[in-house]
Design a protein around this ligand. Structure first.
Ligand code: EPZ
Length: 423
């Protein structure tokens, strides 16, 4: 994967329907906390089905900076953390990727100390980490915070009861990781229930942790004795799957998605079905057919899992731009997650915003235009909309989309789309 950010240009010639099958990539949001957790391993960690993404590269750069050996061969990763010599992450690496904050809990558990710069906000909103810090303090960490640095220390972390007032994914992951270094049992109440949490717990259990309840709102971790070597397969990416389903719904076609659990995106499939898509689900695959003009749906209210995923909001919005009637969205997770809207309006979409609410009035047709990607999911939504537009859409993107989608252009082309990525 390329290093420093350079401008990507996605060219989408719309009006073609999607046909065929594709396999869902490995999960970005499951991989990142597992890469952080690899510093807790007593030996070598081998990960398979790891997507080749910018964010994964950023996490590998952090691991190497810490003194770990980290090598990627295709979708296989080898990490050896026995050589870890640092427990601080420089600002330059923290800023590359917001979720590097997950290294805080893992390094505290491994080293008893960690220094890193506060991740700060991103394009989706302020994104404070108060719940992360409260959880680490509850485990016995002393934390000094200033604008440029967070310094966490703990002579001895102690198992405890952590109550999260909001099921934050990141705070749940940091609490779980830090608890691996604590003496005694830790109980996390109000935990996030996203499948990525269960994947992290499965990985920690592969390193001989005893964890119960991951995937529910109450997680209990009772012991952690790192064993020698670990081999683990990264689960499929439910948001990437939802993105392809929305693409086929929006421009029409007959798509089969293989290698993931459709139940993990049932909230998305519910609305695609209500909009008029014909969906058949299997244990590890789905078939979606979209033949006629879609019908507007709503309200689509984003919520923590198993509610409607905020990461799929821009993708479903893009699929519904030509749907007959008015679709209503309410974004409850992030305060600034409609950044794709001004760009979609350039394609001739009819969208109005009122605070956290977006109303989409379906239009007969969209026409290609020049757009600028705003963030990862917003950028992918522009490709989905471009597929349904007449003519050519060119998306100028400073590396957002390849942060989360592996070979997005190639996969879409294999389904008959006319999409090209130029660096
Ligand atoms: C994870 O982010 C995902 N990222 C996000 O996906 C996803 O949108 C989000 O969960 C929600 O599902 C990864 O897994 C790497 P949160 P995270 O902590 O952990 C507030 C993508 O596109 N909050 O659940 O940062 C916060 O401001 C990305 O792949 C606090 O107020 O999400 C936000 O409004 C984007 N205080 C809400 O909770 C805290 O201490 C949800 O945040 C922590 C969070």
């Amino acid at each position: 994967m390329r290093g420093a950010i350079s401008m990507d240009f996605w060219t989408v010639r719309g009006g073609k329907r999607l046909y065929g099958a594709c396999r869902v990539q490995g999960s970005k949001n499951a991989s990142l906390p597992i890469l952080a957790a690899s510093v807790l391993a007593g030996g070598e960690t081998e990960l398979t089905n790891v997507p080749r993404l910018r964010d994964i590269d950023a996490a590998l750069r952090i691991l190497r900076h810490l003194g770990c050996r980290a090598e990627q061969e295709g979708n296989r990763l080898y990490i050896d953390a026995r050589g870890l010599v640092h427990s601080s992450v420089p600002e330059s690496l923290m800023h590359e990727m917001r979720s590097s904050v997950i290294f805080m809990g893992a390094l505290l558990a491994r080293c008893g100390e960690v220094r890193l710069s506060p991740p700060g906000g991103c394009r989706l909103g302020k994104r404070p980490i108060d719940l992360h810090l409260a959880a680490l303090r509850k485990l016995g960490a002393r934390i000094e915070e200033d604008v440029s640095e967070l310094h966490c220390r703990a002579q001895r972390l102690r198992g405890t009861e952590i109550i999260l007032p909001f099921p934050s994914v990141g705070a749940t992951e940091n609490a779980l990781l830090a608890a691996c270094g604590a003496r005694g049992e830790t109980l996390i109440r109000g935990a996030a229930r996203e499948p990525e949490i269960a994947a992290l717990a499965d990985f920690l259990c592969a390193m001989v942790a005893e964890i119960r309840g991951a995937g529910s709102d109450t997680i209990r971790l009772t012991a952690f004795r790192p064993k020698k070597d670990v081999c683990f397969r990264i689960p499929p990416d439910r948001i990437a799957a939802a993105s392809f389903a929305c693409a086929a719904a929006g421009c029409g076609g007959d798509l089969t998605l293989n290698g993931f659990e459709p139940g993990q995106i049932s909230a998305v499939l519910h609305f695609l079905n209500a909009a008029g898509c014909d969906i058949i689900t299997f244990t590890h695959a789905l078939r979606l057919r979209s033949d006629a003009r879609l019908t507007a749906v709503g309200p689509v209210v984003t919520a923590p899992y198993p509610g409607f995923p905020t990461d799929a909001q821009p993708l479903l919005m893009a699929a519904l731009l030509r749907a007959e009637g008015e679709s209503l969205f309410r974004e409850t997770i992030f305060e600034n997650r409609y950044r794709q809207v001004p760009e979609l309006l350039r394609l001739g979409a009819d969208i109005s915003l009122d605070g956290r609410e977006a109303t989409i009035r379906g239009v007969e047709r969209l026409r290609g235009s020049a757009l600028t990607a705003t963030d990862l999911r917003g950028g992918a939504a522009m490709i989905v909309a471009g597929l349904a537009a007449q003519g050519e859409t060119v998306i100028c993107d400073d590396g957002h989309i390849t942060r989360g989608y592996e070979h997005f252009d190639r996969c879409l082309r294999s389904l008959g789309a006319d999409v090209y990525l130029e660096y």
